[in-house]
Design a protein around this ligand. Structure first.
Ligand SMILES: C[C@H](O)[C@H](O)[C@H]1CNC2=NC(N)=NC(=O)C2=N1
Length: 95
């Protein structure tokens, strides 16, 4: 099971991801970002693409889609907070 992020590793990683548009929830246990696409098919295609990646990682986002928007929340349920898996998936989503 992945360990919770702590200390400077956590601080530096979350600073990097905040520059990529991610926001850490008040609890500190999850991070969120909204993705906007030109069309619904584009948003759906991105979800399918990221869904394959998430399944390969065995680490799955909490997400919702409205037309061309996808709202994503990342947290590691098994650990009860943010781990390196959340960072890895956030980086892949942010490419
Ligand atoms: C049994 C299975 O490995 C676990 O439930 C995996 C699946 N995907 C997961 N995704 C996320 N975000 N957190 C988890 O703890 C998690 N655990």
């Amino acid at each position: 099971m992945s360990k919770l992020l702590e200390g400077t590793d956590r601080t530096e990683a979350l600073e990097e991801l905040s520059e990529a548009g991610w926001t850490v929830e008040e609890s500190g246990n999850a991070m969120t970002r909204q993705f906007k696409f030109k069309t619904f098919p584009e948003a759906l295609g991105w979800m399918v693409h990221m869904g394959v990646i998430a399944e390969k990682m065995n680490h799955h986002p909490e997400w919702s889609n409205v037309y061309n928007r996808v709202d994503v929340r990342l947290t590691t349920h098994d650990a009860g907070g943010l781990t390196s898996l959340d960072l890895e998936l956030a980086r892949k989503m942010s490419q």
